[in-house]
Design a protein around this ligand. Structure first.
Ligand SMILES: Cc1cc2nc3c(=O)[nH]c(=O)nc-3n(C[C@H](O)[C@H](O)[C@H](O)COP(=O)(O)OP(=O)(O)OC[C@H]3O[C@@H](n4cnc5c(N)ncnc54)[C@H](O)[C@@H]3O)c2cc1C
Length: 438
């Protein structure tokens, strides 16, 4: 699963964070082969980062295909922007655009959710009961935030009583900033959490901690504040060298860590949080708490035959081959984006690498041959460490650091250029990706 193994150029497969710079050099996107004629019925579930990107690329590659996209969400969310909104650096509208704006002509958009998937009969039933038969199914539903698993919590609390959660959407991220800004001025106990499940952008909980620490220094609250980061296991990040760097940075900034602490409940009235630890339940008071709930595949996927039977059984990710992203038992089914059951890759940058791989195998299947492309687990995280500085961390399944700009952007250094990639270039690149051009 080397980069060469994918059969694409380096520029074509560069991750989103780094690709911001490539985009500035106005890369035209991958060269297009001649269109393939086919009457195939391709059904895509989800019009988020993965589904939209895939739909745009299919329209370019196929002629005569019936491409259908199912999603009832009328607004597209640029989720990497939530971290900036949650720190008061962008308004909520920065992350919102109409879904329809990104969808190509030639794709039928049904504004409904998928309610049932029957991969044996090769059909999906929509929420209003329409049955859609398919030849190929692309599962791109993203994931759900299981706030209900945190006792005493409900998303309406975000922004009040010292509670934040940048994950819950653009408005919730803006309300998070209201609560975080107060803490940054007044100080107190700040608790920063992450869930024990797989999660999208595992860097986001850390970014929020770093940003609020930095902002508290300029707003006067830092000397009166205590910061604690609660990790679900003994590490701060799954890539060992990154964990080590983060441990040093947290030490330098006076941010305490509490390993193997998983948030299970809060008492908002009393401002108390409860953590499951190997030693039993631990109670901690807070003035500000950043809550990130467990994440799981949507029910439509979890209740279908598609998830792994022996892995992530409480989460329900789709059972796909980690290289081809093709279902292990239903070869006409693929999964891309957050819902894919692979050990890494729950970022928009991963989507950029995953989509061409599935495209390759789908076109090959239509043409009656084997595809060659393979996803190597590429995941990218512009790890913001303060306002104006970030580390561009890119890695693969083997935890190798993958450098898109060797000698220019060092992955473990806090750089202004890496900050610019997150703050400016990433959104432009993401938008180009959605249109199938990056
Ligand atoms: C706070 C935060 C910060 C992040 N930062 C970064 C970053 O810096 N860099 C980066 O690369 N990534 C980042 N990400 C992650 C990135 O946004 C996601 O990995 C990416 O959006 C995944 O794309 P997706 O298409 O799988 O899911 P989504 O973009 O979430 O889209 C899923 C779509 O599926 C639809 N859907 C759900 N259920 C159904 C159904 N039953 N039927 C039909 N449709 C359905 C939903 O309505 C939605 O439109 C961040 C995410 C968050 C929350």
């Amino acid at each position: 699963m080397t980069q060469r193994g994918t059969g694409f150029t380096r520029r074509g497969i560069m991750g989103l964070g780094a690709a911001g710079l490539a985009l500035a050099a106005s890369a035209p996107g991958p060269a297009r082969a001649e269109k393939v004629r086919t009457p195939a019925r391709i059904l895509i579930l989800g019009a988020g980062a993965a589904g939209t990107t895939f739909a745009n690329r299919m329209v370019e590659r196929l002629e005569g295909a019936e491409i259908t996209l199912l999603d009832d969400r009328l607004q597209h969310f640029y989720q990497p922007g939530f971290s900036l909104i949650g720190a008061g650096l962008k308004p909520a509208r920065y992350a919102v655009s109409p879904t329809g704006e990104w969808l190509p002509a030639g794709v039928r958009w049904i504004k409904e959710k998928a309610a049932e998937i029957d991969p044996v009969a090769k059909a999906v039933t929509t929420a209003r009961g329409t049955r859609l038969a398919y030849d190929y199914l692309i599962v791109a539903t993203g994931l759900v935030l299981d706030y209900g698993a945190i006792e005493g919590f409900s998303p309406e609390m975000i922004g009040t009583g010292g509670i934040g959660s940048v994950y819950a959407g653009p408005d919730a991220a803006a309300r998070t900033w209201t609560a975080a800004a107060r803490f940054a001025e007044e100080g107190g106990q700040g608790l920063f959490t992450r869930p024990a499940t797989e999660m999208k952008c595992a860097g986001a909980p850390l970014k929020h901690t770093f940003l609020i620490d930095d902002i508290a220094r300029s707003r006067g609250g830092r000397p009166k504040a205590e910061f604690t980061y609660f990790s679900n296991n003994e590490t701060l990040f799954s890539v060992p060298i990154v964990h080590e760097k983060l441990r040093m940075l947290f030490g330098n900034r006076g941010i305490a860590t509490a390993p193997s602490h998983v948030l299970t409940a809060i008492e908002p009235g009393q401002r108390r949080a409860f953590f499951r630890t190997p030693e039993g339940l631990v109670e901690r008071p807070y003035d500000y708490i950043h809550v990130i709930p467990p994440m799981r595949a949507p029910d439509v996927v979890r209740n279908s035959p598609l998830p792994w039977a022996d892995r992530w059984t409480d989460q329900g990710w789709v059972e796909v081959d980690m290289g081809t992203l093709r279902h292990s038992r239903f070869p006409e089914v693929f999964a891309i984006g957050d819902v894919a059951g692979v050990p890494k890759g729950k970022t928009a940058a991963s989507v950029k690498w995953q989509v061409p791989v599935v495209e390759d195998h789908l076109i090959a299947a239509i043409e009656g041959r084997e595809g060659a492309a393979s996803y190597n687990g590429y995941t990218s995280c512009p790890m913001i460490t303060r306002v104006g500085r970030a580390m561009l961390i890119e890695f693969d399944y083997q935890n190798n650091l993958v450098e898109s700009f060797p000698g220019i952007v060092a992955p473990l250094e806090e750089l202004w250029i890496s900050w610019l990639m997150k703050e400016i270039a990433l959104k432009a690149t993401y938008n180009a990706m959605l249109r199938g051009r990056a």
